[in-house]
Design a protein around this ligand. Structure first.
Ligand code: UDP
Length: 218
């Protein structure tokens, strides 16, 4: 019996990452099964040609080893599920598309999902369960915390520090910082889609627009 692989989440994020994971295993020559885990399910069904089951059903599957990619955009859910997997001694799985470019000295923690056309350049440190959606890039000397999420086409330039659980919306551009003064995006911050971030974003703050400014709810 070989490793049983799973994509946790059978909604949009999971269904978009399943083909990426499948292609990665094919390239590695590993002819292993990949299933979906989704707690919204009560019985085992087929989703896009793969078995889909809830976590209890997954735990009862027989396998020498299990590896799970958490493919859910909500970072708080990713953290909760990663803790649960750790308690159950199930490994986090990292998945990357075959055309992802990763340059020199990149430290990437477990559980990352790198979608097609993502580029991570050099001297970069990235924490647990990072999601970089289609066409996003991370430039040199960035430091990214745990459970950070990039929607598609995020342009994160050099010397930017992004703290845990920040969410960067589709098409956002983050201005380059400098080695002595990196641009900082604080913990739990949200950058709206298309925003142009030119200065630090405080923790727990949503910014939108060009130049990006805190969102004031009316
Ligand atoms: N989900 C789950 N366990 C949880 C929380 C969420 O299996 O503890 C599943 C949920 O049933 C849903 C998916 O994760 O199918 C999240 O889907 P959603 O459309 O909200 O987001 P996305 O796919 O974009 O991350």
């Amino acid at each position: 019996m070989s490793t049983l692989y799973a994509i946790y989440g059978a909604s949009g994020c999971g269904r978009s990452l399943m083909p990426v994971a499948r292609e990665m295993l094919d390239t590695l020559g590993e002819n292993a099964e990949i299933v979906f885990i989704d707690d919204g399910l009560t019985e085992i069904i087929m989703v896009n040609g793969h078995q889909a089951m809830n976590y209890q059903q997954f735990k009862s599957q027989c396998a020498v080893k299990k590896k799970v990619l958490i493919a859910i955009a909500n970072s708080q859910i990713r953290e909760k599920l990663a803790d649960q997997l750790e308690q159950d001694n199930i490994e986090l799985w990292s998945v990357k598309a075959n055309n992802v470019v990763i340059m020199d000295n990149v430290e990437l923690a477990d559980g990352s999902a790198l979608s097609p056309f993502v580029c991570i350049t050099s001297n970069i440190k990235i924490g647990k369960c990072f999601h970089a959606n289609l066409y996003s890039y991370v430039e040199h000397d960035c430091v990214i915390g745990d459970y950070v999420t990039f929607a598609p086409s995020v342009k994160c330039n050099g010397n930017v520090h992004i703290h845990d659980h920040a969410y960067i919306g589709a098409g956002a551009v983050i201005k380059q910082g400098s080695p002595d003064k990196p641009l900082i995006i604080g913990k739990n911050a949200v950058v709206g889609m298309g925003a142009v971030v030119t200065k630090d974003v405080p923790a727990n703050t949503t910014v939108v627009g060009n130049p990006a400014r805190p969102l004031i709810k009316k």
